[in-house]
Design a protein around this ligand. Structure first.
Ligand code: PLP
Length: 395
């Protein structure tokens, strides 16, 4: 590569480092779990999206192993050429039944599902109205479509209405509202009842990305819309969080939507089919999750206990009911220092700072998990208190 080109890249890296924004990855030497082996020791993990503790569940390992033995390793094809196994259609049907939609379509990841969704459905005469804090993959998916784009301030319903009106005034043929079900940096739920009412008032379709809710929010864990008693027209989600934690994404919705996506969605047409082991484990995850009221109760019990403990210790938390519980530290260096001290004390958490959250809003995002015990949480609370004092976060 030309030296000047590489020099510019090195300068960018140095800038990231100087601002305290450089992310370093820790190497895990055990299965993903509430306690993991890192750097030769065991630490309590409070930053995985392993909400129901299924990431290393024996039933999923077994389903994946059996599927690999029976159906082989890879499909070596996109779905439409020769990559569709019966398992794919079973999982798509099961997801649609679970989510209460007519059908669903699998992708390699929800990032791809969100990248796939907008471009085939919306043309230049249409409009998409999107929450400002939507996940990067929604933002990128919207960038790829030709619809006119309107953005509303996070969960600001009067701004949403203003943007819908602007879309209407702009002559939009069809309007789609796009929102995360849960804003994952904050753990806030979208105001879906109000959003649905505005969607109906303006004749708009409602798309909800429910990655941080499917499997554990609402009845049978059917997600944020079910939790709030609202119908979403189109749902996107992941198998990489509560539903097993490996990978895979999907879009669920009305039959014509899914049919058109199968014809036109570029990440579907030009990217490989999910392997049988992953798909079979996804089906096993749904079997477990549909019957996992005990795990959901434990998850929310843990979240309440953890939140109350951190709050009593004097930490600045964001309010909420979700098992994402962010500890606000504001400054990126401080978030890094706190995470580093916590690691020394046997707690694995990650500092979040720009660009994943706005500058000045650095935090440690803790996430609860149904498999964490009271002993784990008490140990983690003691470590947080200690680290808070050691780093000057607590006085
Ligand atoms: C995690 C996440 C994604 C990406 O899901 P993957 O399957 O990991 O690609 C998309 N949207 C939201 C809201 C997420 O939290």
């Amino acid at each position: 590569m030309p030296t000047a080109f590489l020099d510019d890249i090195r300068a960018t890296l140095a800038q990231i480092e100087a601002e305290g924004l450089y992310k370093r990855e820790r190497l895990i030497a055990s299965p993903q779990s509430t306690r993991v082996q890192v750097a030769g020791r065991e630490v309590i993990n409070l930053c995985a999206n392993n909400y129901l503790g299924l990431a290393n569940h024996p039933a999923l390992v077994e389903a994946a192993t059996q599927a690999m033995q029976a159906h082989g390793f890879g499909m070596a094809s996109v779905r439409f050429i020769c990559g569709t196994h019966g398992l794919h259609r079973t999982l798509e049907t099961r997801l649609a039944e679970y989510l209460g939609t007519e059908d669903s379509i699998l992708f390699a990841a929800c990032f791809d599902a969100n990248g796939a969704l907008f471009e085939p459905l919306l043309g230049p005469e249409d409009a998409v109205v999107s929450d400002a804090l939507n996940h990067a993959s929604i933002i990128d998916g919207i960038r790829l479509c030709k619809a006119r784009r309107y953005r509303y301030a996070n969960s600001d319903m009067s701004d949403l209405e203003a943007q819908l009106q602007a879309a209407r005034d702009g002559g939009a043929r069809h309007i789609m509202i796009a929102t995360d079900g849960v804003f994952s940096m904050d753990g806030y739920l979208a105001k879906l009842p109000e959003i649905r009412a505005l969607a109906d008032q303006y004749g708009a379709a409602l798309m909800v990305d429910d990655c941080h809710a499917t499997g554990f929010m609402g009845p049978q864990g059917r997600g944020t819309p079910a939790h709030l008693g609202v119908r979403a027209d189109i749902l996107t989600g992941t198998l990489g969080k509560a539903l097993g934690g490996a990978l895979g994404g999907y879009i669920a919705g009305p039959q014509p939507v899914i049919d058109l996506l199968r014809q036109r969605a570029r990440p579907y047409l030009f990217s490989n089919a999910l392997p049988p082991a992953i798909v079979a484990a996804g089906i096993a995850a749904l079997d477990l999750v549909e019957a996992a009221d005990d795990l959901r109760a434990q998850l929310f019990d843990n979240a309440a206990y953890w939140r109350a403990g951190l709050s009593a210790a004097g930490f600045d938390l964001l309010e909420g009911e979700h098992p994402i519980i962010p500890v606000m530290l504001h400054d990126a260096h401080r978030a890094q220092a706190m995470a580093a001290r916590l690691f020394e004390l046997g707690i694995y958490v990650s500092g979040f700072f720009f660009p994943v959250v706005p500058r000045g809003k650095a935090r440690i995002r803790t996430q609860m998990n149904a498999a964490l015990t009271r002993a784990d949480l008490d140990q983690a609370l003691a470590a947080f208190t200690q680290a808070g004092h050691d780093t000057g976060v607590l006085s």
